[in-house]
Write a protein that binds this ligand. Structure first.
Ligand code: UD1
Length: 421
């Protein structure tokens, strides 16, 4: 298992580009089996999760060809309908096979998904939405067995106890595009990946309106055709590198960073005293190296502050002057990084779904362990700011979602290297 060795204290300076969005690419890759024709998706990030998704397509009988960041999907021979445990357990997004297979052939056998250990992650809303389209669902030996003689549009509410669900919205959209009649999704997720999925499906011949708002309307069609699509830059990666600049008192330009999709993070970084401006279509982040101010954060579904940036911003608040309170409302138990940050000298206490962070003057390097993707990124950021050496182990979690993170950080001056066992 690889590790990152980081010698902290280097001020980051220079330019970097982020890769295509993982969370946008995953549903697009799966949605491409909704047609029999070839689809081409470009700006696909080179990540473990994308490879897992491609493997699922292949197991279903689809031909794929990934060259650099361009993926060609040829689904004409996609004639299997089982997504097995060994593949699905690695990544939660593999549950997208359910909606895509139902939309494609009216049946699916998909293992219950795995993914990051960030608290309970039920799929009741996925199943409810699909059932309301006419899908019969049985749960058997860890598998979801789904079957529909006919998909019929319906009025579906996807609100869950922690707000709308990204994954349930994806699954229902992929089945509803092939249903008879009109489907209305209420309380749909408004995340950018939903807008992108709708745009891709519409370019395949679907008829989806309202994506990006809580009310999505889908008029079903009989057939879809192949399409071409380029994935948008990754906003979570952008936010992570913004915080990397801020935590090191650095000055970097993220050349393709999206200002508009990272607004909630930008607002909080500015509140902490970091300068952020749009520059040549990218985002420039500069911090004076002076004392950061404390900030209170409440994670929320888009356009709120993303839960996927919670651990990274927490790393920053550990060295702000004063007390910051971080409230996690989307995944209320997502605090596995806290004990590791405390090992580095941070002062964080968990009270329910709040983390109370008392800023300390300095973090000190330590051996720490990543236990989930974004939590791992938070530890890397803490290591960049800490005195002496930090070794982050179990970085396979980080590799699931960050393409070449150590190369991108080293390119702007970080002292970070991958150690392979
Ligand atoms: C997606 C993202 C993930 C992000 C999360 C929240 C991808 C591949 N992953 O995950 O990075 O952290 O959105 O922004 O895009 N819920 C239910 N029942 C359900 C489904 C969800 O109660 O059937 C709850 C979840 O437990 C959670 C909340 O709803 O508390 C949001 O989850 P959801 O939006 O579904 O997350 P994912 O799609 O799994």
């Amino acid at each position: 298992m690889d590790k990152f060795s980081i010698k902290g204290g280097k001020r980051l300076e220079g330019e970097l580009a982020v890769s295509g969005s993982k969370n946008s690419a995953l549903p697009l890759v799966m949605a491409s089996i909704l047609s029999d024709e070839v689809s081409t998706i470009s700006n696909v990030p080179n990540l473990a999760d994308i490879k897992s998704m491609i493997l699922i397509l292949e197991v279903l009988g689809t031909k794929t060809d990934l060259r650099g960041s361009v993926l060609r999907v040829e689904p004409s021979n996609c004639d299997k309908f089982e997504a097995p445990y060994d593949l699905v357990r690695k990544m939660r997004a593999s549950v997208y096979a359910l909606g895509a297979l139902i939309g494609r052939c009216g049946k699916a056998r998909v293992s219950f998904p795995g993914g990051c250990v960030i608290g309970p992650r039920p799929i009741d809303l996925h199943l409810k939405g699909l059932e309301e389209l006419g899908v019969q669902i049985e749960l058997e030996h860890g598998y979801i067995i789904a079957h529909a003689d006919k998909l019929v549009g319906n009025d579906i509410n996807l609100r869950g106890p922690h707000g709308p669900s990204v994954g349930a919205t994806v699954n229902v959209m992929m089945a509803a595009v092939k249903a008879e009649g009109v489907t209305i999704i209420r309380d749909a997720s408004c995340e950018p990946q939903i807008i992108e999925l709708a745009a891709f499906l519409n370019s395949m011949g679907a008829s989806i309106n309202g994506a990006g708002t809580p009310l999505v309307t889908i008029s079903g069609v009989k057939e879809l055709h192949g399409a071409k699509h380029s994935v948008i830059p990754d906003r979570i990666e952008t936010a992570t590198y913004m915080i990397a600049a801020a935590i090191t008192g650095g000055n970097i330009l993220i050349t393709n960073g999206s200002f508009e999709r990272t607004e909630a993070v930008i607002e909080k970084l500015r509140e902490a005293g970091v300068d952020i401006v749009e520059e040549n279509g990218g985002v420039r982040v500069s911090a004076s190296g002076g004392q950061l101010k404390p900030i209170d954060i409440r994670t929320a579904p888009y356009p709120g502050f993303p839960t996927d940036v919670q651990s990274q911003i927490m790393a920053l608040t550990t060295i702000a002057e004063g007390i910051s309170v971080i409230t996690e409302t989307v995944h209320p138990e997502r605090f596995m990084h806290v004990s590791e940050l405390n090992r580095m000298g941070a002062d964080i206490k968990i009270e329910g779904n709040n983390a109370v962070v008392k800023g300390v003057p300095k973090l000190s390097g330590a051996p720490v362990m990543a236990s989930e993707l974004r939590g791992g990124a938070g530890l890397v950021l803490a290591g960049l700011a800490a005195e002496n050496q930090t070794v982050v182990s179990r970085i396979y979690h980080i590799d699931r979602g960050y393409e070449d993170i150590e190369k991108k950080l080293a390119g702007v001056g970080a002292d970070i290297e991958r150690i392979s066992d």
